[in-house]
Design a protein around this ligand. Structure first.
Ligand code: CU
Length: 405
């Protein structure tokens, strides 16, 4: 190949690549099933951000196109064709003033609206319910402080799915037990970092009952990509039912059943990390878990009402099988609460993934299955370790876990 045609073909290849990149970027914007699309706000806080985008982006597009167009024109027009270097002057005052004043005006307009939105989003006096959100490697914990006006008479602790009333101004108080995470449900609001030792506030409100997906938005280590969450908005009546159910007293399985055997395995193998409220030992003493002795973040998900949520392990796996998942996810807004509150029944349970989790959790989700892997010898796990359970124990445990609802 001679030099000219080689240059031509490499140019063609570069052009082809550029066209390919542009086409895939454009087509990616056409996705139909995009639950984390920020351009489809489903609540007033996300709508505020969206309104601001609708103002700022068109202005930015126009400015961007003018600047880019002028730059390209100037590159072409003043390309070095061997002409003489132009006379060097001391600038043109009228041009300099215009080029300062016009952007300043544009930025002031954008600034006024941006500041107003920032202040509106920072408003916390009008919120109607408070939920604490704690990030840790690699799942989210939610705890509901006592709020008698919502029927919450004792703290509720759950994980993975944030359950809250629709049409209600929710205030999230975020923090973290280990590294920095970021809470982000794009349809309901922007992101807010969860930082150890600090409490950050985030408003959340959904117009309609439904399920709103999100994921941790701050790189937080090995399983960052598997640290998902779902916000479940229920009607006020359904939320009251959910709250009442979460506070139900613990019912121990009847003696002699496989569930009772499962409870014994649970106490032996799991209760050191996981809490089941109301669980008592053989002497009738309450069993209080102490995950801080084993887990780096000092916490493991509270399993008291495990079967009322339909995902587990940082919402990475479904706790329900595909059919039952479709019943809840596909339910119309007015039926959604009813479908969700059914919880996980035996015929709905995703046996495969739950059993695989108990068999070998670190194989299901990348975690530091051995202590001491991170250098400083703290002797603690990040995540849930491999526990070498027998299949027999797993059968019993699954039967027992099914009673936790
Ligand atoms: Cu995270």
């Amino acid at each position: 190949m001679d030099t000219v045609s080689r240059v031509k073909s490499s140019r063609r290849r570069i052009l082809g690549t550029l066209v390919g990149i542009a086409a895939s970027a454009t087509l990616a914007g056409c996705a139909q099933n995009a639950p984390q699309d920020t351009w489809e706000p489903k609540g007033p806080n996300a709508e505020m951000i969206h309104d601001l985008d609708n103002l700022v982006f068109p202005i930015a597009y126009v400015v961007g196109i003018i600047v880019l167009g002028l730059a390209l024109y100037i590159f072409w027009k003043f390309k070095d064709r061997g002409q003489e270097i132009p006379v060097q002057g001391h600038g043109k005052p009228y041009m300099e003033i215009t080029l300062t004043v016009v952007p300043a005006l544009i930025l002031s307009v954008v600034g006024v609206f941006t500041f107003r939105t920032i202040f509106d989003l920072a408003e916390t006096q009008d919120t109607e319910i408070v939920i604490n959100v704690t990030g840790q490697q690699w799942w989210w914990e939610y705890d509901y402080p006592v709020q008698p006006e919502h029927g919450i008479n004792q703290p509720i602790v759950t994980s993975g799915q944030l359950v809250f009333p629709a049409g209600t101004k929710v205030l999230l108080r975020e923090t973290s037990r280990d590294v920095i995470h970021s809470y982000w449900i794009p349809a309901l609001n922007g992101k807010k970092d969860a930082v150890p030792g600090r409490v950050h506030l985030l408003r959340l409100e959904a117009n309609e009952p439904g399920l709103y997906a999100g994921q941790c938005a701050e790189f937080c280590g090995l399983s960052h990509a598997n640290m998902r969450m779902e916000a479940i908005a229920l009607s006020k009546e359904d939320f009251a039912k959910w709250v009442a159910n979460q506070q139900k007293a613990y019912v121990p399985p009847a003696a002699g059943t496989v569930e009772a055997e499962g409870e014994a395995v649970y106490i032996a193998q799991c209760a050191r990390c996981h809490q089941v409220n109301g669980l008592k030992d053989a002497q009738g003493k309450p069993i209080i878990s102490a995950p801080d002795e084993y887990v780096y973040s000092g916490a493991a998900p509270n399993l008291t009402a495990l079967m009322t949520r339909n995902t587990f392990a940082g919402a990475m796996f479904d706790l329900v099988n595909e059919k039952c998942r479709a019943d809840v996810w596909g339910a119309p807004s007015e039926k959604f609460g009813e479908a969700y509150l059914k919880g996980v029944t035996e015929d709905c349970l995703n046996q495969k993934d739950l059993r695989a989790w108990l068999r070998n959790a670190p194989e299901m989700k990348p975690m530091y299955a051995e202590p001491n892997l991170l250098g400083p010898s703290d002797g603690k796990y990040r995540g849930m370790p491999y526990l070498a359970l027998t299949e027999d124990d797993i059968d019993k445990l699954v039967a027992y876990l099914l009673t936790l609802k």
